[in-house]
Design a protein around this ligand. Structure first.
Ligand code: CMC
Length: 428
């Protein structure tokens, strides 16, 4: 029995609801039984609604805190690596040395894709957006593993998780290679996860590539920072799809579709488009004024966040990495990067952005960093999807391993009341 109760008074009637407490964060009023009163809640955009219980990630948007399984994101980004973070997100604890070795080796041994997967690529135009290819190819993976798709079987869930984490860089790099007409590069087991991705992206059969350690480290950090983020739009999509009993590849494919939009994962791509649209520093004030104008739909991409009303902790770490990479590739004098730094400075001082707490978010810096690494803009969201796959899988697995119900939101219907059908000829 919950100790604290909330009382809802509607007219003369009173209804009592349990209040539940988590480890951190606001208490929640459990309104599961509210529908019995004849009412639903209305919460467009899920501003005040917890749709699930989870032990994976915690965000305090006011204080600018992000924890994976209790560990601050800054510590993980500085002291850990992406594979260790994947283990942590999926299993709940940091691995021992032996557990780490086994997990890393398991991932490495699932990086290849079935030869038939190549054929899917040939069905796409060369100029297809890589996210369009990604949605299709990841969904199609479910056609290759019929024998391990029983979602009630923990071993099947585990091998699906490994496959997804391991194959995403391979598929992502294939999307790129296909678009530029170069041969697909097979993964190499001796390389780290980030190095392998760089090798499959930029290597060619004619030349051995040696990934730059600063770039590989930066990419690994981007993966860590994007690995999970609580119940965001794409994760909620994965959970909703998963609640129907759909297989994990179909669910992750649904998540990729949700991530694509510019208000979510598409923002890092939109940042670069915006910087090119602004053109040079003399135009910044014009665009800042447009962003402030309530009648103009233009927004400064890479600024603001639904949950963080303080500096995005991921952005803090990403900012450092961004500067390291700009230095390493000698892009500090590149006009687009100078423009980005100028925009950051002005937006951080502008009364509108300060008052509304619209700080630069992680995508502002990740977009600039990826661009400096030489990754084409249309691949940015693909890289976000690659990194977020572990979060999606961990959240999906958490849901399936515990009691859950089909996700089925209700609505406030404002359409026509019931009316009689009129035959076509009688309609005027
Ligand atoms: N530029 C200008 N004004 C903005 C911006 C912006 N980037 N973001 C929010 N505002 C204003 C908005 O117009 C509104 O003003 P008012 O109160 O006068 O109506 C106020 O700030 C609150 O905005 P909101 O749209 O109610 O806030 P939200 O929580 O629904 O939006 C957001 C969050 C991320 C969609 C929004 O800040 C935005 O569109 N930012 C640009 C896109 C972006 O960078 N997205 C990446 C988010 S981080 C990646 C991820 O975690 O997925």
């Amino acid at each position: 029995m919950a100790e604290k109760k909330a009382v809802l008074k509607i007219g003369q009637k009173e209804f009592e609801f349990d209040i539940q407490s988590g480890t951190l964060g606001p208490d929640v009023i459990d309104i599961t039984s509210l529908f019995k009163t004849g009412y639903f809640t209305y919460d467009s955009g899920f501003n005040s609604t917890a749709a699930c219980e989870s032990k994976i990630t915690f965000i305090d948007g006011e204080k600018g805190i992000l924890l994976y399984r209790g560990y601050p994101i800054e510590a993980l980004a500085r002291k850990s690596n992406f594979i260790e973070v994947c283990y942590l997100l999926i299993n709940g604890e940091l691995p021992t040395e032996q557990e780490y070795k086994t997990f890393a080796s398991d991932i490495v041994h699932h990086t290849m894709v079935h030869e038939q997967i190549r054929n899917f690529f040939n069905g796409f135009r060369r100029d297809a957006h890589p996210m369009a290819i990604m949605v299709g190819v990841v969904g199609a993976l479910s056609a290759f593993y019929h024998d391990t798709l029983d979602i009630k079987n923990p071993d099947h869930r585990h091998v699906s998780a490994l496959r997804l984490i391991a194959k995403m860089p391979t598929i992502a790099a294939m999307c790129y290679k296909y678009s530029i007409g170069q041969p697909f590069m097979p993964p190499q087991n001796k390389l780290s996860y980030a190095e392998n991705f760089l090798h499959m992206m930029f290597g060619t059969p004619c030349e051995e590539t040696k990934p730059d350690p600063i770039i590989a480290r930066a990419l690994d950090r981007i993966f860590i920072l994007h690995a999970d983020h609580e119940q965001n739009a794409s994760t909620s999509t994965v959970r909703l799809a998963g609640s129907t009993g759909a297989n994990p590849f179909a669910c992750i494919s649904a998540g990729i579709g949700a991530l694509w939009g510019p208000a979510h994962g598409g923002a890092n791509e939109a940042v670069l488009s915006m910087l090119h649209e602004i053109g040079d520093a003399s135009q910044i004030s014009k665009f800042i004024e447009r962003a402030k104008n309530p009648n103009d739909p233009f927004r400064l991409m890479g600024f603001g966040h639904r949950v963080y009303k303080n500096y995005d902790p991921r952005a803090k770490v990403m900012r450092e990495t961004c500067h390291e990479v700009l230095e390493a590739v000698g892009a500090h004098n590149d006009p687009i990067f100078n423009l980005a730094m100028e925009l950051e400075k002005i937006a951080l001082q502008d009364a509108y952005f300060v008052e509304k707490k619209l700080y630069p978010n992680v995508d502002f810096y990740s977009g600039i960093t990826l661009s400096a690494i030489g990754i084409p803009t249309n691949m940015f969201t693909v890289i976000f999807a690659l990194a977020r796959t572990v979060g999606w899988v961990a959240q999906w697995n958490e849901m399936i391993s515990n009691p859950y119900r089909l996700g089925r939101p209700r609505q406030l219907y404002t359409g026509p009341a019931q009316r009689d059908f009129v035959d076509l000829k009688e309609r005027c």
